[in-house]
Design a protein around this ligand. Structure first.
Ligand code: NCD
Ligand code: ZN
Length: 350
């Protein structure tokens, strides 16, 4: 007997697709299951202008497998030199759906991010006026702050003052990893939401470090203690419409991750939906999965709910997912939670 779970087709509201050979290799995994995805702008060089967002969008669409319906929702990368008029025109035309704030140096390709938050105040005010959401990578970059504390400190030092200064600004705390992140969202009224990744529902910091270092579990923000993972699971499976899926699927070539200075990012696009079904079933919340993957994010971004569906099926025996996806430049390891998964997407073809 198989269990079937039919969902409104999901959206991934935080996705790294990269460019060139990598884009070509990883895009089919997302397009096979997701109707839309919010595309992160941290290319090299970053996507900072409307013209760059438009040509990146074209490159994504032309890399799509034939006849595959998939809508890339574009973002701009906020810098201290962002032109509010360019941003505003891009948002009002529907070309971009949000702007991404990376504190300078916080993560992969974030060197052009923001160091002095006062300098972006006029842009943030314009975004508040036009209703353009700000997606925030919420970690301080202060060397004196322990990497496991960087999200909680960011909320106190940067995010809360920023929101008080511009209360109308709509904000998404991206890939929250802490109970403090969950609590901050819960304590605030409308206009604030958070994405949660698939991998942070599986990983605590022991998974990265005990029994040998696991480079494919290293991502930013880094996974925290178990109590934080449990808080994220509770938030994701609660049905609360302020929490929704952003996989942060972030492919890197294996030789860049399995290195003396391995880069951050987990590639989860290919098996995210089965892994989420596993988590929601464990939490006795399969009835909340659709809200998390397909309804809450669309509501926050004021997008129509997708018409199409996606069906997951549960089998008697564990499912084997591809271990890697091949690009012309090398392999990318698919996130493996190292637990048996029984769910798969029906008629999954890549
Ligand atoms: C992301 C990447 O590789 O672009 N890495 C990651 O660990 N999540 C950047 C990011 O979202 O922080
Ligand atoms: Zn990301």
């Amino acid at each position: 007997m198989t269990d079937l779970l039919k969902l409104t087709r999901p959206d991934d509201l935080h996705l790294h697709l990269r460019d060139g050979a990598m884009l070509k290799a990883v895009l089919p995994s997302s397009a096979a299951h997701f109707a839309r995805a919010l595309i992160m702008p941290n290319l090299v060089p970053p996507v900072v202008t409307a013209a760059q967002a438009s040509s990146y969008r074209d490159r994504i669409l032309s890399a799509l497998p034939d006849d595959q319906p998939f809508e890339p929702l574009m973002t701009l990368y906020l810098t201290e030199d962002t032109d509010p008029n360019d941003l505003s025109a891009a948002f009002q035309s529907g070309l971009i759906r949000a702007v991404k704030l990376y504190p300078a140096g916080a993560t992969t390709n974030s060197a052009s991010g923001v160091s002095n938050f006062e300098r972006v105040r006029p842009v943030l005010e314009r975004m508040a006026d036009i209703g353009c959401p700000l997606c925030v990578h919420g970690e301080v970059t202060d060397d004196a702050v322990d990497i496991f504390d960087r999200e909680a400190v960011f909320i106190d030092r940067v995010l809360d003052p920023l929101r008080r200064a511009t209360p109308e600004l709509r904000v998404v705390m991206e890939h929250i990893t802490t109970a403090q992140g969950v609590d901050y969202v819960r304590a605030n009224a409308s206009g604030l939401a958070a994405t949660i990744t698939t991998h942070h529902l599986f990983l605590n910091r022991n998974h990265i470090l005990v029994g040998g270092i696991k480079p494919h579990y290293y991502c930013l923000p880094v996974a925290k203690r178990e109590e934080h993972r449990l808080a994220l699971r509770k938030a994701a499976t609660s049905g609360d419409d302020r929490f929704f899926l952003g996989t942060d699927s972030a492919p890197h070539l294996d030789h860049h991750k399995e290195s003396a200075c391995g880069c951050a990012g987990c590639f989860t696009a290919l098996n995210t939906m089965p892994l989420l079904a596993h988590v929601f079933e464990e939490e006795a919340a399969l009835d909340k999965l659709e809200a998390f993957t397909s309804l809450n994010g669309a509501k926050f971004y004021k997008l129509p709910v997708n018409q199409d569906t996606l069906t997951l099926e549960k089998s008697q025996t564990p499912v084997r997912f591809a271990k890697t996806v091949a690009s012309e430049e090398g392999d990318v390891t698919v996130f493996d939670p190292r637990v048996s998964i029984y769910w798969q997407v029906q008629n999954h073809v890549l």
